[in-house]
Design a protein around this ligand. Structure first.
Ligand code: NAD
Length: 337
């Protein structure tokens, strides 16, 4: 049984903890929190041993009546692997802590790629992370793009990808983020940094990206144009993508017109927190003409990286190959909406 410590129990950390708990070959050793707030109470209520990270100290948690097992240092020492799900830049500062205890670690997408030996997407490059000590699970956008590009790359070859990423301003609990009434090119300079991030997974891919931020919290929406080396039919590409376990082809005619309807659909389906781990590719949008594929996809930023973290844990701990790991993760989470 792989003992997994989770350092940083926010949007990603809490979801990764719940996903790890569902796995037959791993267990949550503990989660580390910086402050004794309602999220710390939820972690205890969920049955996760709680460890204290950062400035607050064990005393503040005890004063708040929240029982703790020890400090983050203890958790890292006791765990087989740590998932660092702290805000961007903190993971890099934490790396010496993991090195001191000789504990392998996963980092998340906001860290610079240099924080780890490998930038990871299960569908695209699982094998590169097998047995590595430090692995970065790429961002929500890069995960969404990698999952889509991998089968196209393998089946037809990709000459060039162009993506416009319409990004949510913040997650639902981030009341300080924005814009609240604007549409911002972000970054204004082109191409955006998202393309080079995809190249950490596909080093030879020619990709050009542009990003915008909008007043929404539910999902990102990508508009893609991909020049394929082959010239398949629209139906062939639709069938190819329909075969991917982590792509949900949004059917015509159900009124699933945007992120609001998709999130409602996920909640009605009983998904935890209304999460959608799959890329949501609108089937009607898929169009191929003279080898140029265009489509729209929605990406649930709070959850698409969760199955990838589970697979990255198995790769680092050498518990399974890509196919076996993804099949286990998909089955235990209930992939396929
Ligand atoms: P978050 O702010 O929701 O959660 C981070 C948690 O870490 C917070 O609870 C914070 O209090 C805690 N923290 C801060 N400093 C800490 C420290 N020194 N030690 C331990 N905990 C500490 O952030 P998030 O959205 O979960 O993002 C975490 C990482 O996941 C980032 O790299 C981010 O880019 C990546 N990611 C986020 C999303 C998303 O949309 N939210 C999607 C994919 C990837």
């Amino acid at each position: 049984m792989l003992h997994v410590g989770i350092n940083g129990y926010g949007t990603i950390g809490k979801r990764v903890a719940d996903a790890v708990r569902e796995q037959p070959d791993m267990t949550v050793h503990g989660v580390a929190k910086t402050s004794p707030d309602h999220v710390a109470e939820s972690a205890v209520a969920a049955g996760y041993p709680l460890y204290v990270a950062g400035g607050s100290g064990v005393g503040e948690f005890e004063t708040a009546g929240i029982a703790v097992e020890g400090t983050v240092d203890d958790m890292v020492a006791e765990s087989d692997v740590v998932v660092d799900a702290t805000p961007g830049g903190v993971g890099e500062q934490n790396r010496p802590l993991y090195e001191d205890h000789d504990t392998p670690a996963l980092f998340q997408g906001a860290e610079d790629a240099s924080v780890a030996e490998t930038s990871f997407n299960a569908r695209a490059n699982y094998a590169e992370a097998i047995g590595e000590e430090y692995v970065r699970v790429v961002s929500c956008n890069t995960t969404g793009l990698s999952r889509l590009l991998a089968p196209l790359y393998e089946t037809y070859g990709v000459e060039r990808a162009r993506a416009t990423l319409v990004r949510r301003g913040g997650d639902p609990d981030q009341y300080c983020r924005g814009p609240i009434n604007d549409i911002l090119p972000d970054p204004v300079s082109l191409p955006s940094h998202h393309g080079p991030d995809v190249q950490t997974v596909f080093p030879d891919l020619s990709i050009h990206t542009a990003g915008l931020k909008v007043p929404a919290t539910l999902m990102h929406v990508h508009s893609l144009n991909i020049s394929l080396q082959g010239d398949p039919t629209t139906e062939a590409v639709r069938d190819l993508l329909a075969d991917e376990d982590r792509i949900f082809l949004v059917p015509e005619g159900l009124g699933l017109d945007g992120p609001g309807a998709l999130k409602e659909f996920a909640r009605d389906a009983g998904r935890p927190r209304g999460d959608i781990w799959e890329n949501c590719v609108w089937a009607e949008s898929i169009h191929v003409e003279d080898g140029e594929l265009s489509l729209f996809q929605g990406i649930h930023q709070e959850s698409d990286v969760v199955p990838e973290n589970v697979d990255a844990l198995r790769a680092v701990a050498e518990l399974a190959d890509a196919e076996e790991s993804m099949a286990t993760t998909n089955e235990t989470l209930g992939m396929g909406i």
